[in-house]
Ligand binder design. Sequence first.
Ligand SMILES: CC(C)(COP(=O)(O)OP(=O)(O)OC[C@H]1O[C@@H](n2cnc3c(N)ncnc32)[C@H](O)[C@@H]1OP(=O)(O)O)[C@@H](O)C(=O)NCCC(=O)NCCS
Length: 185
Amino acid sequence: MLTLPTIETSRLRLRPPAESDLPAMPAVFNDPDIYAYTRNIPHPYGDAEARAALERYARLAHEGRGLVLFPEERATGAMVGLVVLAIERDKNEAELGYAIGRAWWGKGYATEASRALLEYGFKALGLDRIHAHAMVRNPASARVLAKLGMKPVGVAPGKCEKDGEHHDAHAFMIDRLAWDGGTAG
Ligand SMILES: CC(C)(COP(=O)(O)OP(=O)(O)OC[C@H]1O[C@@H](n2cnc3c(N)ncnc32)[C@H](O)[C@@H]1OP(=O)(O)O)[C@@H](O)C(=O)NCCC(=O)NCCS
């Protein structure tokens, strides 16, 4: 069982998904580009998909397998996307993931929210290592991972499966010592 925290950053509040997010979720996540670059966000994404996602996030937390938080803009209260740590207990590692609604791209929100989640993963959860993948065809995501101070560790051929096709992905990694070393700023 994972306890879901609320984390404040300079512009965002990362907080657990809630029933009250149901009306906003399709507007944020119903996007073919979000579908194309992520593993578990469907398209089309309507009310039923939103409800199924909330149930899935609750199940992941209950089983200790995933920590999903929704960043909201502190200035407006708007929910702008999601960040996730998929926990691999046996290795004391996690995989970072994120999606930001198109209306908020280019503001640094993916980086700001992910940085806070990495901090939480290392300091509060005591993880040893966090890794992430960005499809080679998704340079914005690779840029986010580089800005976080994660180290590129090569291209994983065919790592990301989408509609039966396997896409190459840049693999990134950071361990707790490197994070403590101040790469996060
Ligand atoms: C990728 C994504 C999360 C980025 O969110 P964001 O909040 O706009 O990200 P940030 O603003 O923190 O950083 C984006 C960086 O990518 C850069 N970028 C954007 N498009 C780019 C492109 N086509 N090529 C190279 N860099 C690009 C931006 O300039 C910025 O870098 P900078 O700060 O050095 O200028 C968002 O576009 C998204 O949700 N996409 C769909 C889902 C997805 O790809 N999820 C990640 C799965 S691994």
